[in-house]
Design a protein around this ligand. Sequence first.
Ligand code: ATP
Length: 213
Amino acid sequence: MDVIGILGGTFDPVHHGHLRLALEMRAVARLDEVRFVPVGTPAHRAPPVAEKRLRARLLRAAVAGIDGFTVDERELERCGPSYTVDTLDELRHERPDVAWCLIIGMDQFLLFDQWHRWRAILGAAHLCVAQRPGTRTQLPAGLETVLSEARIDDAKTLRALSHGCIFIGQLPVLDISSTRIRALLAADQDPRFLLPDPVLELIKLERLYEYDE
Ligand code: ATP
């Protein structure tokens, strides 16, 4: 079975933290491919600053020429809030031969039981959770139980089963956020080396993030 990672986000803009997360998770979880899925209308946070088509263009510029990294724009076409479970249901329907793996940070896993139809997510995909090495996390009791039942330590299991496993990858996390990059740009400071040069060139060309949101 092919194993494909899904990395959702606002990508407002995409940066090296996202790209390293995808690359490192691909290595430890032995993923064949990582698909970046920009969210159209986020369900649980303020609307993104950049328009959705522009965020997708920035993403395409970031992954151009990187083997095994692709952009999937399906959530941008959808009306109403973007729910991960709908995307995973669609993907599973299109490619039942693939083990889909949703990549999330431990900070998001802590809130996972508040996600829309979170149990259905585990019915459609595996979870690959990125944890900073050396950190320990106190999960809410319900999630602790789910984790104890679903946790796998050998990435090979992701390929053997189609869904329902939770793999925790110990990955370094770069201290980079889109919020900081937007703040630097609004203050007319240089965000170079936090994000790929072609992405920054496009941001300048389109005059994005010039003002505080
Ligand atoms: P913002 O600052 O606007 O909240 P962000 O930088 O957190 O944005 P998102 O697009 O919201 O970026 O993140 C998409 C995914 O990437 C999330 O799962 C998030 O946890 C993860 N992520 C973001 N920044 C990093 C980073 N520096 N290292 C590892 N993972 C990251």
